[in-house]
Design a protein around this ligand. Structure first.
Ligand SMILES: Cc1cc2nc3c(=O)[nH]c(=O)nc-3n(C[C@H](O)[C@H](O)[C@H](O)COP(=O)(O)O)c2cc1C
Length: 338
């Protein structure tokens, strides 16, 4: 029987499939189902800056209201909306206690103070690690990527000085030199990288002439962006590599491990195919490993990373080189339509 166990940021996982952050984790039933289907860990739904700010705003507003009436009433904790950060901590703690697999907390903040304070708060709940979902809103301003990076580095350094569990950075692929960014973040203390986050993109309904925000599930094949960067960084970083985005099949997970991933995260596949689909993907990996006589993941992890391949172009300028090579052998009619 193949051994699918793997290690991500020093955390032992029974297999490489983690259920990524999504609203699925908000239902207690789903946490149990994910564990039963074989998920080796679960990333709990993120706590967002907006939830924290809204509560601060609400808290101030309510307290001011009480102030005007009677100072003694300040000792009575005013009613807060159900989606505030305190409720998040309670739900997260329940989730940690309800399953025996590792749970990661996830934070999606904006202000450095929020990142530092709430990373600390989340790390107190018994989670195996933190996933920090860094994202900066583009600004029409003279702000450079260097300044963004500097702030990120300072924030991570401060978080690392306050928490003693591993932290993974969930990144956007939209940076100028992602590999340089990864290097700086690792030096700042990042223990792992989740490649990549997928952003909700707005759309427009042309009949109603209104904006819409469709449910943003990925598509089969989208895993190749993660595959490229996984292959590029394997062997060049000590940080854990968790591939994410567009992963639907055991076959794709095998490819990502061959490129160098320690583990993967799945979300859209669970929405589209159901939570049980995790067990199908696990069987697919097992069957392939048995057919190849691999007994452990480490026997093939990173085998096809850039570092271990003789083809210097495959992860870099492959599309251009491939196109140039084909250009010599193809006739005009055979050219792929662009
Ligand atoms: C309904 C839904 C909710 C999500 N919520 C979060 C979240 O709270 N935090 C987060 O970092 N990512 C969130 N994501 C993004 C996923 O974790 C994941 O990065 C993305 O969907 C790409 O993976 P996939 O192709 O397997 O779906 C969410 C995605 C979906 C579809």
């Amino acid at each position: 029987m193949a051994d699918l166990s793997t290690n991500y940021m020093g955390i032992s996982l029974t297999n490489p499939i983690i259920a990524g952050a999504s609203s699925l984790s908000l239902k207690a039933d789903n946490l149990k189902k994910l564990e039963e289907a074989g998920a080796s860990a679960i990333v709990f739904k993120s706590l967002f800056e907006e939830q924290i700010q809204l509560e601060n705003y609400e808290m101030n507003r309510i307290i001011e209201g009480f102030n005007e009436r009677n100072a003694e009433m300040l000792s009575i904790f005013p009613h807060m909306p159900d989606s505030g950060p305190q409720q998040h901590l309670i739900a997260l703690e329940k989730a940690v206690k309800s399953v025996s697999i590792p749970i990661f907390a996830s934070l999606n903040a904006v202000n450095p103070e929020t990142w530092i304070e709430w990373s600390y708060q989340l790390a107190q709940i018994g989670v195996a690690g933190l996933e920090l979902n860094f994202y900066y809103l583009p600004k029409f301003d003279h702000v450079t990527e260097v300044e963004f990076l500097e702030q990120m580095v300072q924030t991570i350094t401060k978080i690392k000085s306050r928490v003693n569990i591993p932290i993974a950075i969930k990144l956007s692929p939209y940076y100028f030199n992602l590999l340089g960014i990864l290097k700086s973040l690792e030096e700042a203390g990042a223990d792992g990288f989740v490649l990549f986050n997928r952003f909700f993109q707005p759309d427009i309904d042309i009949q109603d002439e209104k904006h819409t925000t469709p449910f943003n599930l990925s598509h089969s094949g989208d895993y190749r962006l993660a595959l490229r960067y996984t292959g590029l960084i394997y062997g060049r970083t000590k940080a854990g590599i968790c591939a994410s985005q567009g992963i639907y099949k055991g076959e794709e997970i095998i490819k990502l491990i061959l490129a160098g991933a320690d583990c993967v995260q799945v979300v859209s596949a669970l929405y589209k195919k159901g939570i049980d689909h995790i067990s199908t993907m696990i069987s697919e990996i097992e069957q392939w490993m048995e057919s190849k006589n691999y007994s452990t993941i480490s026997e093939f992890k990173g085998k096809l990373a850039e570092k271990n391949t003789k083809n210097p172009f495959i992860y870099r300028r492959a599309q251009y080189i491939d196109f140039l090579m084909k250009a010599h052998s193809l006739t005009w009619e055979e050219y792929p339509t662009i």
